[in-house]
Design a protein around this ligand. Structure first.
Ligand SMILES: C[S@@+](CC[C@H](N)C(=O)[O-])C[C@H]1O[C@@H](n2cnc3c(N)ncnc32)[C@H](O)[C@@H]1O
Length: 218
């Protein structure tokens, strides 16, 4: 167990260590974070963005799904990490947020055919996407829907593909007395990932907390 004070220092150091994942475009990323703040959207932290870029690069992802576009910070990190010709499919309820995201992607020099932005509810859109066609799925939306989204991701990922759920500790998952919709759903997600042999799971305390699991053969 690490000491709480050390954890706080470590978290601050970690967040400042790399800064934005793309120093050359730090201005555009700052603007996108400012738009997000105006709209009341919480973007992924610097460290989570850097990790997403790393994971997209190390899995050599060519096809990624993102649930929760926001103003595009996490999507931009995934685009930078994935293969040059790869395509990011990103879903959000709000078309207005996606307009900001599109602006960011263009500002970072990303060709328009590399992004497919779909305005809609994740659980309406995901069932329309192809089986076993994706290398990585990043979910950063309504925690209450995570267990239902997990069922979809199992079908959508290729074997060896990676699913990442953001916000584990933004809910009351670690507080045994928390019984609200989001904490309950996050516990359900945690249990499912741990008990289903099709998943090889891990839980990281990076950012708001990340559940990470690789899709494996049973
Ligand atoms: C935390 S923000 C995403 C931030 C973004 N990943 C980033 O780091 O820049 C969550 C987003 O999920 C979207 N959202 C919430 N519930 C959703 C759902 N059921 N289907 C699709 N999008 C949803 C919200 O509109 C919001 O833009």
């Amino acid at each position: 167990m690490s000491h709480p004070a050390i954890t706080e220092i470590a978290a601050e150091f970690t967040e400042n260590y790399l800064g934005e994942f793309d120093a050359e475009h730090a201005g555009e990323l700052r603007d996108a974070r400012a738009h997000a703040a105006d709209l009341g959207i919480e973007c992924v932290s610097h460290q989570v963005a850097a990790l997403l870029k790393l994971l997209a690069a190390s899995t050599q992802a060519q096809a990624i799904i993102e649930v929760g576009t926001g103003t595009g910070i996490s999507g931009a990190a995934l685009l930078e990490g994935m293969k040059t010709g790869g395509v990011l499919t990103s879903i959000d309820l709000e078309a207005e947020y996606q307009r900001h995201a599109k602006e960011l992607f263009t500002g970072l020099g990303c060709e328009s055919n590399r992004t497919r932005l779909i305005a809609g509810r994740a659980l309406d859109v995901l069932p329309r996407l192809s089986d076993a066609a994706y290398d990585l799925i990043f979910v950063d939306a309504d925690a209450g829907e995570y267990p239902a989204i997990l069922i979809q991701t199992k079908r959508l990922l290729r074997i060896g593909g990676l699913v990442i759920f953001h916000g584990a500790f933004a809910t009351g998952i670690a507080d045994a007395s928390a019984r609200d919709y989001e904490a309950t759903a996050m516990r359900e997600l945690a249990t499912e990932l741990r008990s289903d042999n099709d998943w090889l799971p891990s839980l990281l305390t990076v950012g708001a907390g990340l559940f990470l699991a690789s899709r494996r053969t049973p």
